[in-house]
Design a protein around this ligand. Structure first.
Ligand code: AMP
Length: 397
């Protein structure tokens, strides 16, 4: 896969597909701008080479054709102005491929940046429409994909558009290259012991990743809602906790495979339980063998956190994907926050999968302590599953 450094871009008009899909609070303030900061290196690289730069991203899931302020990239552009410190040279277009964009693109000067409006205002983005791709491509000389977080989707700006450029005119940006190299290198040649910490809501969502990881890691720690399917598969009563009954056999197979391969497999030994999915009801911690009928497990307990800390003690490489509990409610966030601290404290290469897990590390104040925090949840999971990402395939096609 070529990177931006392999192309001759000086003075050219460059399209950079970014992932500016950043989380915001209820007042519309950006709560985590890592994805925007992650794109700066490629943008600056182009500006330093007198390029005219066109940036594009999706933001959440607006209804195509309906321009609602909430889905606009306006706030992102404000943040970009602050971060790039070139306030006057960045403009936001009013549309994606409409007259306003075309006029602004034609008037771009070297060292200026034009940000297109939310790509998903165009229906063709998610349907990988070639006509939309052609319209976007018609404005530029060079295509750069730096949107790791969107690379697992074959959308027009990720897939169809990339294929319209030859190998000398398309490449990965710095962020995309860094993300892919990190996962590839770590999975191909990890320093051992290599520990995978897997949590989140469902086994089904991470089944393939778990299967793949069993071939690579020395230890697996399971937490979050998915732990209950494994506990039930071992014969424990799990009350009303989240469970996927249809995957009990699969869970058993995974644990047997782990034993055969000598992979140490750890489940929570105690659980924070509550009678309802709520943070206003009384909760308590019980051993994993004593989850009361009609109660549900919403976080791992303190003994599990201590156990997992010991398990991580000698780790040299740690991959973490998925929270240990319902961390969105403070009452059930402790297990996830402690896991974040434990991983951050480990004397190891630490890789945090994106999305919720990165959010936990951020809340825990541990982001700077991790070796690498991915900007893509779904995309990083796909890499752990051993899948190729459509966005990367398109760059190689
Ligand atoms: P995922 O998208 O699969 O990584 O799952 C993340 C979600 O798992 C978060 O929204 C958590 O609230 C949820 N989660 C973690 N532990 C539990 C649990 N014990 N019961 C229900 N949901 C959980």
């Amino acid at each position: 896969m070529k990177t931006i450094k392999d192309l001759d871009i000086t003075g050219k008009t460059v399209f950079i597909r970014c992932d500016f899909n950043v989380p915001k609070d209820e007042d519309g303030n950006i709560t985590d701008d890592r994805r925007i900061r992650g794109a700066l290196q490629s943008i600056r690289y182009c500006l330093d080479r007198d390029c005219k730069v066109i940036l594009a991203s999706h933001y959440e899931r607006p209804e195509p054709g309906v321009y609602i302020e909430k889905y606009s990239l306006k706030t992102v552009v404000t943040r970009l102005r602050t971060l790039l410190k070139i306030a006057d040279n960045i403009t936001l277009a009013k549309d994606v491929i409409g007259e306003n964009t075309k006029a602004k693109a034609a008037a771009l000067e070297a060292g200026e940046v034009l940000v297109l409006e939310n790509l998903r205002y165009e229906a063709g983005e998610t349907s990988n429409d070639i006509e939309l791709a052609k319209e976007l491509a018609s404005m530029v000389d060079i295509y750069i994909n730096d949107a790791f977080g969107a690379c697992h989707r074959a959308h027009a700006s990720i897939d169809a558009m990339a294929r319209l450029f030859d190998a000398n005119h398309r490449a990965a940006g710095f962020l995309l290259a860094k993300e892919v190299n990190f996962f590839d290198k770590t999975l191909a040649d990890p320093i051992r012991p290599f520990v995978a910490v897997v949590g989140g809501s469902k086994v089904s969502g991470k089944l393939e990743a778990l299967r793949q990881l069993l071939d690579k890691v020395d230890k697996v720690i399971i937490g979050g809602g998915m732990a209950f399917t494994f506990l039930k598969a071992q014969g424990y009563e799990i009350g009303n906790s989240l469970v996927e009954d249809e995957l009990l056999d699969e869970a058993r197979t995974i644990m047997i495979k782990a034993r055969k391969k000598g992979v140490k497999f750890y489940l929570p030994v105690d659980i924070i339980v509550a009678p309802e999915f709520s943070d206003t009801v009384p909760s308590k911690y019980v051993s994993s063998q004593e989850i009361p009928d009609n109660w549900m497990g919403l976080d791992i307990g303190p003994a599990s956190s201590r156990l997992f800390r010991t398990v991580l003690n000698d780790a040299q490489t740690i991959i973490w994907n998925g929270p240990m509990g319902v961390y969105e409610m403070d009452k059930y966030a402790k297990g996830s926050l402690k896991m974040s601290h434990n991983i951050a404290d480990a004397n190891a290469t630490t890789i945090v999968g994106g999305g919720d897990t990165a959010d936990v590390a951020l809340r825990a104040g541990d982001v700077e302590e991790m070796t690498f925090v991915s900007t893509g949840g779904g995309a990083s999971l796909n890499l752990l599953e051993g899948k190729t990402l459509p966005g990367i395939e398109a760059l190689k096609a």
